[in-house]
Design a protein around this ligand. Structure first.
Ligand SMILES: [Zn+2]
Length: 106
């Protein structure tokens, strides 16, 4: 999950935290990244940079990140638009508008 506040690190988006936790690998071909939300441009760049093959997106209703761009560059993208993910993100962004703006660079 996102650890920007906990770690005092603006780059510690959930995708980045998961990527770091997975450790170094010779290749990321065949790996899958699972996200609650459509990945931002920063995290989409990480997926492309390291050749992660597949991204499963919980929802892209409340935020449209780079998943279309990823799909256009050969990444297998599955967008679930799961109602629980949408509800969770709507609640989070409503309660934490300033933090959310910081998360997405606005
Ligand atoms: Zn991100």
């Amino acid at each position: 999950r996102n650890r920007r506040v906990q770690d005092g690190d603006p780059s510690m988006h959930a995708e980045t935290a998961a990527f770091r936790a997975a450790g170094r690998q010779r290749s990321y071909r065949g790996t899958t990244m699972v996200t609650t939300l459509s990945p931002c441009w920063y995290c989409s760049g990480l997926v492309r940079q390291f050749g992660i093959s597949r991204v499963v997106v919980g929802e892209a209703v409340t935020f449209h990140g780079g998943h279309d761009w990823l799909a256009g560059h050969g990444v297998e993208v599955v967008v679930l638009d799961d109602p629980e993910c949408v509800a969770m993100m709507r609640e989070f962004t409503a309660r934490n508008a300033e933090l959310w703006g910081e998360d997405i660079g606005e």
